[in-house]
Design a binder for this molecule. Structure first.
Ligand code: GTP
Ligand code: MG
Length: 197
């Protein structure tokens, strides 16, 4: 699936600029700085395909990547970043919500959660919105290299419990570290499975 080159295709700053819905899409959503762009790079094996940063608010548009010609991966701006203007936060939030609700070819949203912190209020709100819109989603825990083993197991259990009764949630949680390249094989398998459904 990922043997062929993945490449950047286009960016959209508003829902009136979205590319045509040619292929199935998957999207990476999550709080600012959770590691969305880093995971795009780990997944595609391209170190600098998506731009990453230590400071939150790096990704400011919807960035569309072609995954080896099979599907489109969308790297989204993070939500909940307070240090930019209120107006900007409002327009990002609008963009994220409009995109997630209105994209007919969107096969699944991967909601990335920092494995040090678990689900926060803003994450829960996004899950609520996805449940209401009946958009299939799956949780990816990121930065699994950071917490201690016991803490990680605790967060996995808590997160599993939190999504157990959510209608649009895929029950399996994928635990990843872009730094140590763990969970990447599992994520590829999940995407491949999704494309064959
Ligand atoms: P925005 O675009 O601002 O929403 O952020 P993002 O979610 O795309 O995060 P990004 O990939 O830019 O990474 C944010 C920071 O987290 C960077 O400093 C990364 O080096 C770091 N980071 C990403 N993945 C990992 C990981 O697996 N482990 C650790 N320890 N740090 C990571
Ligand atoms: Mg980013």
């Amino acid at each position: 699936l990922f043997a062929r080159e993945s490449q950047f295709s286009t960016a959209a700053s508003g829902t009136d600029h979205l590319p045509p819905m040619h292929k199935l899409e998957i999207a990476f959503a999550g709080r600012s700085n959770v590691g969305k762009s880093s995971l795009v790079n780990a997944l595609t094996g391209r170190k600098t395909l998506a731009r990453t940063s230590h400071t939150p608010g790096r990704t400011q548009q919807l960035n569309f990547f072609d995954l080896g010609g099979f599907c489109t991966l969308v790297d989204m701006p993070g939500y909940g970043y307070a240090a930019v203007s209120k107006e900007k936060v409002k327009s990002w939030t609008q963009l994220i919500h409009d995109y997630l609700r209105g994209r007919a070819n969107l096969a699944r949203v991967y909601v990335l959660i920092d494995s040090r912190h678990g689900l926060k209020k803003l994450d829960t709100e996004v899950l609520d919105m996805l449940d209401t819109a009946a958009v299939s989603y799956q949780i990816i825990l990121t930065k699994s290299d950071e917490p201690k083993k016991g803490e990680l197991a605790d967060i996995v259990a808590k997160t599993r419990e939190a999504i157990a009764r959510r209608p649009a949630a895929f029950p399996e949680i994928i635990v990843t570290s872009s730094r140590e390249k763990t969970g990447v094989v599992e994520l590829r398998a999940a995407i491949a499975q999704l494309l064959h459904e």
